[in-house]
Each structure stands twice: as C-alpha cells, then as structure tokens.
Design a protein around this ligand. Sequence first.
Ligand SMILES: *[C@@H]1O[C@H](CO)[C@@H](O)[C@H](O)[C@H]1NC(C)=O
Ligand SMILES: *[C@@H]1O[C@H](CO)[C@@H](O)[C@H](O)[C@H]1NC(C)=O
Ligand SMILES: *[C@@H]1O[C@H](CO)[C@@H](O)[C@H](O)[C@H]1NC(C)=O
Length: 239
Amino acid sequence: METIFFFLLLTTSCFSFLVESSDNNHMYSPCGDTKVERSDGFTFAIAFASRSSFFLNNSQQLSPCDRRLSLSSSTSQIAVFRPKVDEISLLTINTSSFSPDNYGGYMVAFAGRKYAARSLPAFVANSTYTVTSFTLALEFKKGRLQNLYWKRDGCSKCSGNSNFVCLNNQDCAIRSTSCKNHGGSVDCSLGIQLAFSGTDKHLSVLNSWYEVENLRQYSLYGLYSNLRDSLTGQYNKIF
Ligand SMILES: *[C@@H]1O[C@H](CO)[C@@H](O)[C@H](O)[C@H]1NC(C)=O
Ligand SMILES: *[C@@H]1O[C@H](CO)[C@@H](O)[C@H](O)[C@H]1NC(C)=O
Ligand SMILES: *[C@@H]1O[C@H](CO)[C@@H](O)[C@H](O)[C@H]1NC(C)=O
C-alpha cells in the first residue's frame, strides 16, 4: 500500500465519564492480535481500493492484512487510527489532496491477523457521487475484536434536500463535481463516527453504541463546531 496519509482523530471529552486511566494495549499495528479493556487504545485501519481488490478470486473477502490480496501492488491507500475503546470518536479523513475515487472508491475497516476482522466494502466515491458521512461499529467479545460493520440509517439525514442523492436507499451522497477535489466548492472530507459494542477482556460492557443510537438524531458532528462548519455547514445545515 502507498503512503499513510494525513488524518485527524478527535475524541469527545464529554463522554469520558470513566476515571482517566492508562492505555495497556501495546499492539500498535492494525495487523496484530490483541485483547483490550475499556481504558485502552485500539489500533485499526481503513483501506481504500476498488471493491474487487478486497476479494480473492472475486469470491472470498479477506482482511487487507492478508498478503494473498496483494493490495500493496494495486492502487490503494491506508489510514491508521487509534481511538480509545468505548469512547465515541469522530474520525476525519481530509480529502483535499486525496480523492477516494482515484483509489477505487471503496473502503474496508480492518484489524487483526490470526483473529482477523474486516468490514464489508463501503462505497465512498466515484466520478459521479461522493458519500462523506459514515458510522462504524466495532464489536468486541471478551476484549477481542469480532466484527466491524457500517451502520446505516437510510437516507433520513438527506431526504428532501436537493443537494443530496440517496444511493441504494442507504447512503446520502453529493455530486462529486461539487467537491473541492473535483473543482467544486464543497469540502468532501470523510467523517466516520465510531461506536463500540460487546464486552472487554474483563467482561465489562462496551456501550458507546447505545450512546450513538441516542445521539443519532443530533449527530456527533454537532459536538465539533469547527468540523461542523467545514464538513457539514456547507450543506444547508442539514445535519
Ligand atoms: C484462485 O484462483 C487461482 C487461479 O486462478 C487458483 O490457483 C486458486 O486455487 C484459487 N483460490 C481459491 C481460494 O479459490
Ligand atoms: C482539509 O485540509 C485543507 C487544507 O489544509 C483545509 O483547508 C480544510 O479545512 C481541511 N478540512 C477539514 C475538514 O479539516
Ligand atoms: C457511481 O456509483 C453509483 C452508485 O453506486 C452508480 O449508480 C453509478 O453508475 C456510478 N457511476 C460511475 C461513473 O461509475
């Protein structure tokens, strides 16, 4: 895979109702195995590539950590993140110098090697449409990552807004030609809300997913006024 591009990770301080404690997870590679507890950081990554490059022989989806995929020899990009377990986080990927459609237009979130978990490929962008808002759920069992999935709530956020198109009844997309990286005026940086569910290695319940569900009507973007202005304020304050 090519260079790791620039990213920004924000974490909501208003959700850290736990007493501040240390990060005891020393696995910093997204392609390593680990078990986490609530105060730990957890490293995972998102790979951008064409949909087919996530599959072996067009049939079996493998983790991007699996060398049989040879993502490194194809056109792909990877972003690595280390959020805190059970804190709601908003990841952003600045697309001012990175156009997802130039890298195949799909993304997969992944972590682990022997215990590899990966999401399904999510459509991000092609030359016609760009999706900028995502929610990613990380599901743990006894501290081990089991599953990563994209949560969708239909197109409730964009219904009735003419700047958006509802794709496949699940994603709000804008026209790629409106995006700055295609000569338009909108900052089409990607925003990914994270939520944790399941149990940590001490069987404590991770419940930030519950918080996100309740927040959804307002959306996490509202908590980041700077980001809201740059990411969403431009779409007629619909979020
Ligand atoms: C994939 O295809 C190659 C050749 O086309 C074949 O040798 C290999 O066994 C196939 N692998 C799987 C998992 O089907
Ligand atoms: C992305 O980077 C550009 C150039 O550095 C900056 O102007 C823009 O505000 C950034 N967008 C976000 C959402 O941070
Ligand atoms: C872009 O993606 C949309 C939704 O998946 C699809 O309908 C459209 O045909 C694609 N356009 C191009 C040029 O690939």
